[in-house]
Write a protein that binds this ligand. Structure first.
Ligand code: NAD
Length: 749
């Protein structure tokens, strides 16, 4: 029998324990093992009932997503077959539910004849988050236990519900509480928990770690839960309780049809481009008024359609991309991690404040340094103000806010940084200022402390040279607002030590960020690509489009906001300053932009009430402005350009293909480790739509051949600007070989 399973007979009850860390996912080997264990229990005259229980993180986190789309997912026994075998078992099967019980794990538990719950268990059918629906009976069985409305809410939202909230529903036949169990109404009161043998019966050591923040077995320990389940199983046997099958129950809901119509309308209004939520409603609807088997059939049809939908493929890609990003190719998992007990933050401006909030939210004490008392006071006041929203919403109490703020030690004195384990610099974006700060930090910090910069575009290797310890220098590029945005670009300098990188990735996880490793280049992964995207958007207004046409076309494609609206939000003065700096560095090169004219006229975007659009006082609603049209026309005349009609298709193709083309260069140069890392940057930092999976995944889906050809066609028309549009060598090569970005594993032989 498989090693992923424990099998033991305890006083006539077979205890079958799932032992597949980290979350007992139901891959083929475990499914086959469960089927075999069930047969063995049924064949053994010494066994009267079966208890299914998990180990480590809990019962089961569900299907093994790595099997999706592979023959293994369907290899016998598939999950639906296993579930049928459990439901048809001649001997009673009792699920002992603690910790995580999600997706296919919950569907398996729903097929058992009885369920015993434990406090702290986390129950969910989260398939909708991967663009799917529960495809192994969940949409048919859960409504039969929880009623239509509660089940539909869980299935459509994919939300996790605490087991305590479901206590008293027919989902649980008994519920562990401390050392004993309380049986749901209509059940049989338990005998003393000692009816079974001691808790150690199941054996199985807990896994080294659990993924996805899954909690361990929780308040009722593994032992309590097993004792409760064994006691309950004993009652089932002694009292000759029937083999209860959820499929035999009816869905409890008067006026079900009216409710379902209301649900369809509500879900349709909010689901946007995602087909799964509405399919969930249709599957649950099939649990009402048809036979159980007809409902299962309908569920399967809908599931299969979703499984082949581009939206689900994209969401599954994102799920896997997040797991892959945490792995650094040449930094093994067992690389040491430096302890981070206290962190220094240099600069209490926009970014320093947000970074401080991210750290104290994770419980990490911060020494916050500024040059002037006034700037320090302003920074602290901003931090307090930024927590106001959470206080008003009630997601944060005054008490916990006070505890978090108490973790900040404000200072004007570098000596206060003597004991920090990491210092994150977030001062002005100016190399001279960075030079002075890093030299000072090098003189003050203890040996082994990490020195990080939040620079958006300056050369990290140059910054590292300002210290005598370049191996301890790293980039931690947070996005604004740093306490909200999930993305963190971890910038690896030429000499950054592996343990420093590993420590930074751990810190990101502790702060709940999605960390992506980037090599050193101008703008790192995200801003380097953004520059190309912005230039393509500017090119389109030069060709004849209006900013609002460009924004609308890209928003229809799915971008959270079009590039000109983003410019107004971020402030046009930032790019203006950058262009002026570059013009000074590269005299003779024209990097001018219509935005220069806007900035010269004092239009910096939302903060000045006007930029590419105008804004009414206190409003963020962009209003097209004829003044901008005049500026654009003036600029076109200066460049000798004649406007033409530009279609929405052309807008999307040019901007997105420019983005992809730069992504290809970044991948080829090894700045990004893998194409899915680039996707994560765009999804989490730049509002790229998740249903398209990120720019590189989108390119793979579109076909690299088509993208390369379209870029070549633009380059051929462009004359002096041909280099901008020429497809990257990697893109051309992969297109010729019929390969994808996802399959590209690096440039080295
Ligand atoms: P900011 O102007 O809001 O804040 C900078 C702060 O640094 C100010 O409070 C200033 O008083 C302080 N400061 C300046 N010199 C200092 C010194 N020598 N010692 C201590 N404090 C000093 O700027 P910001 O927007 O927070 O940007 C900070 C850094 O973060 C820059 O490198 C910027 O490129 C980068 N960044 C900014 C954003 C963004 O959207 N604002 C995003 C990512 C990264």
């Amino acid at each position: 029998m498989t090693t992923l399973l424990g099998f033991e007979i305890v006083a006539g009850i077979a205890v079958v324990r799932l032992e597949n860390p980290p979350v007992n996912s139901l891959g083929h080997e475990l499914r086959a093992g469960l089927s075999e264990a069930l047969d063995r229990a049924n064949a053994d005259s010494g066994v009267e009932a079966v208890v299914l229980i998990g180990s480590g993180a809990g019962f089961s986190g569900g299907a093994d997503i790595r099997e999706f789309g592979t023959p293994k997912a369907l290899a016998h026994p598939d999950l639906r077959t296993l579930i049928r075998e459990v439901e048809n078992s001649a001997k009673p099967v009792i699920a002992a539910i603690g910790g995580v019980c999600m997706g296919g794990g919950l569907e398996l538990a729903l097929a058992c004849h009885y369920r015993v719950g434990a406090p702290g268990a986390r129950i969910a059918l989260p398939e909708v988050k991967l663009g799917l629906l529960p495809g192994a009976g969940g949409t048919q069985r859960l409504p039969r236990l929880l009623g239509l409305e509660a089940a539909l809410n869980m299935i459509v939202s994919g939300a996790t519900v605490a087991s305590e909230k479901l206590r008293g529903t027919p989902l649980f036949d008994a519920f562990g509480a401390g050392g004993g169990a309380q049986v749901a109404s209509g059940g049989v009161p338990p005998r003393a928990a000692s009816a079974g043998r001691p808790a150690s019966a199941g054996g199985g050591s807990p896994p080294a770690g659990s993924e996805g923040g899954a909690t361990p077995l929780g308040a009722g320990s593994d032992g309590d839960l097993l004792a409760t389940a064994l006691a309950f199983a004993r009652r089932v046997v002694d009292e000759k309780m029937p083999l209860k099958r959820v499929r035999d129950r009816a869905v409890d809901m008067p006026n079900a049809e009216a409710y379902l119509q209301f649900a369809r309308n509500t879900v349709k209004a909010v689901a946007g481009p995602y087909p799964a939520p509405l399919a969930c409603v249709e599957a649950v609807a099939a649990a009402v008024g048809t036979s159980f088997d007809a409902g299962l059939k309908r569920e399967r049809e809908l599931f299969t359609t979703l499984m082949f939908s581009p939206e689900s493929a994209a969401l599954r890609h994102v799920f896997q991309a997040e797991r892959a990003a945490a792995r650094i190719l040449d930094v093994p998992d067992d690389t040491p991690v430096r302890p981070l007990r206290t962190v220094g933050v240099i600069g209490a401006g926009t970014m320093g404040g947000g970074i401080t909030m991210s750290l104290i939210n994770a419980g990490i004490p911060v020494v916050l340094l500024e040059t002037q008392q006034e700037a320090l006071d302003r920074g602290l006041a901003n931090i307090r103000r930024n927590y106001g929203g959470a206080l008003r919403k009630g997601t944060l109490t005054e008490q916990s806010l006070a505890e978090r703020l108490a973790l900040i030690t404000p200072t004007l004195d570098y000596a206060a940084l003597r004991d920090v384990d990491l210092a994150i610099e977030a001062v002005f974006e100016n190399m001279d200022v960075k030079h002075q700060v890093f030299e000072t930090l090098d003189g003050v910090l203890k040996p082994g402390a990490i020195l990080a910069s939040n620079t958006s575009a300056l050369n990290l290797d140059e910054i590292a040279q300002f210290t005598r310890r370049p191996q301890d220098v790293i980039g931690l590029h947070f996005f604004s607002p740093a306490n909200v945005m999930r993305l963190l670009e971890v910038v690896r300098g030429a000499r950054t030590a592996k343990d420093v990188l590993h420590t930074a990735m751990r810190l990101a996880k502790t702060m709940g960020k999605v960390a992506v490793v980037s090599g050193v280049c101008d703008g790192f992964i995200g801003n380097r690509m953004l520059a190309r995207y912005g230039a393509a958007a500017h090119d389109l207004i030069m060709a004849g489009a209006t900013p609002q046409q460009v924004d609308a076309a890209l928003q229809d494609f799915g971008m959270a906001m079009g590039p000109f609206r983003v410019g107004d939000l971020a402030g046009l003065d930032i790019g203006w300053a950058l262009r002026k700096r570059r013009a000074a560095e590269f005299p003779g090169r024209d990097s001018s932009n219509v935005a220069d004219l806007l900035c010269e006229a004092g239009r910096f975007g939302q903060k000045t009430g006007a930029g590419w659009y105008r804004y009414e006082p206190g409003s963020r609603h962009p209003i097209p402005d004829p003044v901008v049209t005049d500026f654009i026309e003036q600029y076109r005349r200066r460049q000798g350009l004649n406007p033409r009609a530009v279609s929405a298709t052309e807008i999307v193709e040019r901007c997105i293909h420019a983005l992809i083309n730069e992504g290809a260069r970044i991948l080829e140069e090894g700045i990004a480790q893998r194409s899915s890392d680039i996707d994560l940057v765009y999804l989490n930092g730049y509002g790229f739509p998740a249903f398209r999976g990120g720019p590189m995944f989108h390119a793979d889906q579109t076909g690299l051949h088509d993208i390369a050809r379209s870029l070549q066609a633009i380059a051929a028309q462009k004359g002096s600007d041909a280099a901008f549009w020429t497809p990257a060598p990697l893109l051309v090569r992969l297109a010729r070989e019929g390969r994808t970005f996802s399959a590209f594993k690096g440039s080295s032989p």
